[in-house]
Design a protein around this ligand. Structure first.
Ligand code: BJ8
Length: 419
């Protein structure tokens, strides 16, 4: 990474602390990613994107801001990117996947809380995340109690707009979500001074659908046996998707898929166990479970998570003549996301079973961030449904620290032997 200290300093970052983070990341990335064999050539772009995640991409955001654009940060795949783009703003999915931020998060939040929530708070409090420092506004959502209440504290540090996400999927809840999207449009129009027109919204829906299509293409290629790409690499692509320029991301992901399409012509069976991961999201640089599983010579072939299929499944229809029509289309697509914050959430169980079949998987690992109660409670039903179908399943509850890595490795090893 180049020298960006002047830029970071203008962003009022804690440079000394940030140096510590910058030293640790390349080491971890090198150990986990660059030691993999036979990686696709096209992954070089994603290596670069990660290496420059606090550098070149942040510089691009500053250039956009100088042109008068606004930057908004999000934490959940329910926040419609289409609205952000339709007002000419740039959206960034804030990562919150590092243990580095936990200590600072615990200064303002209870310790027994989901690491994702503590990490995002720590990233802001410590002023060590240049994405946070670049954001003009944060868009929160009422998903879990942890995030919902943490936004109240975050508000002391920067402007926050919270979308009220319904927790059931009845007709009236779809209508409520349409209303929330309309309020969000209004908020974004106020922030940017740009009006959302039918034309702009339709264009941004189309762009987001193209991004979804590129990711779907990548995931479909993973259905081959063996997969032409490691789970680790596919996870990196998904993680970059939340931060990168959207047009460039689509282009680079399609380039990767072109290469993988060539690869699948000469695949030879490798006997590796094929694993579906389901559960809570894995924000960059959270590669813990993937590195353990793939270090044991199995392959993760699909993630039913928000850094996986939940991010790109289902398109938004561009049909309609009015903002109302397009907002309805947005609500219809987003309400199909099967997050455990909904009750009931049987759609997620159906999705996992479908993915096991589609990806010809040998087993499922349920990945649960510690203290994420909605997913933890939902495991009971998931396990029962998978057992009824004779699909082996392992539950892994963990945080971002490395303390339990040895123990998880032992459990995954035993699971792989058993299936
Ligand atoms: S749609 S999974 S991105 S809320 S922060 S709920 S892990 S306790 S992230 Fe999520 Fe949207 Fe749902 Fe997806 Fe649990 Fe932690 Fe809460 Fe979390």
């Amino acid at each position: 990474m180049g020298d960006y200290r002047e830029m970071w300093s203008k962003l009022q970052m804690d440079l000394e602390k940030h140096d510590i983070l910058c030293e640790a990341l390349p080491q971890a990335f090198g150990d986990i990613y660059l030691t993999q064999e036979n990686r696709p050539e096209a992954m070089n772009y994603f290596n670069y994107a990660l290496a420059e995640v606090h550098g070149a991409r942040i510089q691009e955001l500053q250039e956009e801001k100088e042109k008068g654009k606004k930057v908004v940060g999000t934490f959940c795949v329910f926040v419609p990117d289409e609205v952000i783009l339709a007002t000419g703003a740039v959206g960034v999915g804030l990562c919150s996947g590092s243990q580095f931020w936990i200590e600072d998060g615990e200064k303002v939040l209870p310790r027994n809380l989901c690491p994702l929530v503590k990490a995002f708070m720590g990233a802001k409090v410590s002023r060590t995340c240049p994405y946070f420092q670049s954001c003009d506004m944060i868009i929160g959502e009422t998903t879990c109690d942890g995030k919902k209440k943490a936004y109240e504290i975050l508000e002391d540090y920067m402007p926050v707009h919270v979308m009220e996400l319904p927790q059931m999927k009845r007709k009236k809840n779809y209508e409520e979500w349409q209303d929330e999207i309309k309020l969000f449009i209004k908020k974004m129009e106020e922030l940017t001074g740009n009006e959302v027109t039918v034309e702009k919204l339709r264009k941004s829906i189309d762009l987001c659908n193209r991004k979804r299509r590129a990711l779907k293409r990548l995931y479909d290629l993973r259905k081959h046996t063996p997969s032409p790409i490691s789970g680790l690499d596919a996870l990196l692509v998904s993680q970059v998707a939340f931060l990168d320029d959207i047009e460039r991301f689509i282009e680079k992901t399609n380039e990767l898929c072109d290469e993988l399409e060539e690869r699948v012509k000469n695949l030879k069976a490798n006997g590796k166990k094929r694993i579906v991961v389901t559960g809570t999201p894995m924000a960059v640089p959270n590669w813990k479970l993937h590195s353990i599983v793939e270090g044991l010579d199995a392959e993760i072939v699909v993630e039913e998570t928000c850094t996986g299929t939940r991010y790109f499944e289902n398109k938004v229809s561009t049909e309609g003549e009015t903002i109302e029509d397009l907002v309805k289309n947005l609500a219809d697509r987003y309400m199909k996301i099967n997050c455990a914050c909904f009750t009931p959430n049987d759609g997620r169980i159906d999705d996992v079973i479908r993915l096991v079949e589609e990806y010809k998987a040998d087993g499922v690992i349920n990945y649960n961030l510690s203290f994420c109660h909605t997913y933890a409670i939902e495991y009971e039903k998931l396990e029962k449904a998978l057992k009824e179908k004779n699909i082996p399943v392992l539950n892994v509850e963990t945080d971002y620290s490395e303390e339990d890595a040895g123990q998880i490795k032992t459990r995954v090893e035993a699971f792989l032997e058993m299936i």
